[in-house]
Design a binder for this molecule. Structure first.
Ligand SMILES: Cc1cc2nc3c(=O)[nH]c(=O)nc-3n(C[C@H](O)[C@H](O)[C@H](O)COP(=O)(O)OP(=O)(O)OC[C@H]3O[C@@H](n4cnc5c(N)ncnc54)[C@H](O)[C@@H]3O)c2cc1C
Length: 558
């Protein structure tokens, strides 16, 4: 087996079936190039190919391959031919005996050989190093680079591929995307021993091959925490949007043992916003991704634990402990809980949309897909701020953006400053009184049927891209039987629970619930999930902080 150790240094590979010769070549190469390069040695074509596949998946560059011509099973030319499929830019050298010179000359055509070296190559200073020096220089000129980020190979129009990219992007995990049809994508698939039938392929920097991975599995491999380090905390926060992150910063900074549990990616809705312009302290606006990154780092700096790809599915009250159950059956307990689960996009329930989701139809700004809209026409469905922001963002790349608004005008649903910008943008047009009746397409969205609500007339339009922002709802069914909610599922807190000046039924304490406290003592709600909340970033962050203060008060008294 070839020696494949250490990380991303550029590789010079040598393969020779004679162990003594193999060691001698490697020794001479290391002497001269060992400080800047990794010399990988193999004793057969098969093991060398295995090593090359592993290097390919890790993203390690291979600059030069020296192969002996006469090897059993697979000769040097056959090996170089296969190596070419993985590393087409690597420079290729055949090591030959004098008698095989003709074969080497033939190989110049077969595998586009860069050089052949006659054995023995003594002294290397004269016969080996000048050749390898030249080859390294020409390889560098063609821009060989290490790819030490996660690699994703997928089909351009696959919904799962787009979900994986979105997951990585929202969790701020750097990755490089390769279409399964581009040469480098094909090479990575070959290195993993796969064809394009099972995609996406994800290869984290450690070279592990993940095929169609679940988010949780993927999270572990790219270095995100998914399980709590302890069984019991002072405070568990459910949801990693602005309210949850705000609570994590304040909870941890004030000395509470704090864990935040997020089902997808920290940042929540705000994390998907291209530009938040009304958050205090950012006069030029801030992207949701930037705000999230700073908040994450701030929370972790104070010692909060952040879990990702970890969905909470139940809440139980066990005496003084509040226990949260996860989708995989495990659980974590705490003295106090903050529910900060926000709201989720409402789905557009018309024929064809579910099938085309991730294939031209997107919920939220799906910024990873936005790059593909360059120079094309885009439809944005919705009339509120989120739709307006997305239209502005997409108009920077798209040829034309059409905002489809159900209502007769935008003014009732969109902030004035944003409305002005949308109206002034030369590439955005607004169609009011318009609803989407159906989406059409085979592999990717191809068209929409639109209906005018006033005239009742339907019209088919060509469409490759549609972004949907038609409101959101709290997904709080998992609180059934424990926490009181309003008819739409928003969590009731404080004064909303004591409307008739009496605490809710079953409330066990002498005092009424605190302002952000739910119908279960010690369980608080903050941000968009709370009934009658402001649905703004600033208020969510503020409520997160305030919920921590109330949790302190609760803990002091219990
Ligand atoms: C595109 C867009 C642009 C916006 N722009 C602005 C703006 O410019 N200014 C402004 O003030 N507001 C803006 N908003 C609104 C603002 O983002 C929200 O008010 C804010 O994000 C609410 O924060 P939150 O923490 O309460 O909830 P959310 O941001 O919704 O976060 C909730 C989090 O909880 C997680 N979660 C849900 N259920 C579970 C569960 N069972 N287990 C674990 N985790 C769970 C979710 O995955 C999510 O990450 C925008 C919203 C959108 C969608």
């Amino acid at each position: 087996m070839a020696e494949v150790t250490d990380a991303m240094r550029t590789v010079i590979m040598t393969v020779d079936d004679d162990p003594a010769v193999s060691r001698a070549v490697a020794r001479d190469l290391r002497r001269r190039y060992g400080s800047d390069h990794r010399v990988v040695r193999a004793e057969s074509g098969a093991s060398a190919l295995e090593a090359l596949r592993e290097l390919k998946l890790r993203g390690t560059p291979v600059a030069v391959i020296l192969a002996d011509y006469r090897m059993p099973q697979m000769n040097g030319i056959e090996f170089l031919e296969e190596a070419l499929d993985l590393y087409p830019a690597a420079r290729r050298v055949l090591l030959t005996a004098y008698a095989d010179t003709n074969a080497a000359i033939d190989a110049i055509n077969v595998v586009d050989l860069d050089h052949y070296l006659l054995k023995p190559w003594e002294p290397p200073e004269e016969k080996l190093y000048p050749v390898v020096d030249d080859l390294l220089e020409s390889w560098r000129d063609t821009g060989g680079r290490a790819v030490d980020t996660t690699k994703v190979v997928g089909h351009r129009w696959s919904a799962r591929s787009s979900q994986i990219r979105e997951f990585l992007a929202r969790n701020q995990v750097p990755y490089r995307w390769y279409s399964s049809e581009e040469p480098e994508g094909v090479r990575l698939l070959a290195a993993a021993g796969l064809d394009a039938r099972r995609l996406p392929l994800v290869v984290p920097p450690d070279g592990t091959v993940l095929v169609e991975p679940e988010e949780r599995d993927l999270a572990v491999h790219v270095g995100l925490s998914t399980t709590p380090a302890a069984d019991f905390y002072d405070l568990v926060i459910v949801g990693g949007g602005p309210a949850g992150l705000g609570a994590a910063v304040y909870g941890a900074s004030e000395g509470l043992r704090t864990v935040l549990v997020e089902r997808e990616a920290t940042g929540g809705q705000a994390g998907q916003s291209s530009r938040i312009e009304n958050y205090l302290g950012f006069p030029d606006g801030v992207s949701g991704a930037q705000l999230t990154d700073r908040a994450r780092r701030q929370a972790m700096k104070f010692g909060a634990e952040l879990l990702t790809a970890c969905k909470v599915t139940g809440l139980e009250v066990n005496g003084a402990a509040r226990t949260l159950r996860f989708a995989d059956g495990s659980s974590v307990s705490a003295q106090a809980v903050i529910l900060a689960t926000g709201v989720s996009y409402r789905q557009l329930d018309v024929p064809g949309v579910a099938e085309m989701t991730g294939r031209g139809v997107y919920y939220g700004s799906a910024l990873t897909a936005a790059a593909a809209c360059q120079g094309q026409e885009v439809f944005v469905v919705g009339g509120a701020n989120s739709a307006g922001q997305a239209a502005m963002f997409l108009s920077r790349r798209a040829k034309k953006v059409t905002l489809l608004v159900r209502a007769p005008e935008l003014a009732a649903s969109m902030s004035f400053y944003l409305l002005q910008r949308v109206v002034d943008a030369p590439t955005i047009s607004v169609r009011t009184d318009t609803v989407v009746e159906a989406a059409h397409g085979r592999e990717h969205l191809e068209g929409l049927t639109l209906r005018n609500r006033v005239t009742g007339q339907s019209e088919d339009v060509d469409a490759q891209w549609m972004y949907v922002f038609i409101g959101a709802e709290p997904l709080t069914d998992w609180l059934d039987g424990t926490v009181l909610r309003d008819p739409r599922g928003f969590v009731l807190t404080g004064p909303d629970l004591t409307a008739d000046a009496r605490p809710p039924g079953g409330w066990p304490l002498d005092r009424p619930p605190y302002h952000l406290e739910t119908s279960v003592p010690g369980v608080f709600a903050a941000g968009d999930v709370r009934a009658e909340s402001a649905k703004r970033v600033a208020s969510a962050v503020g409520e997160g902080a305030m919920a921590v203060m109330l949790a302190h008060r609760y803990l002091e008294q219990s």
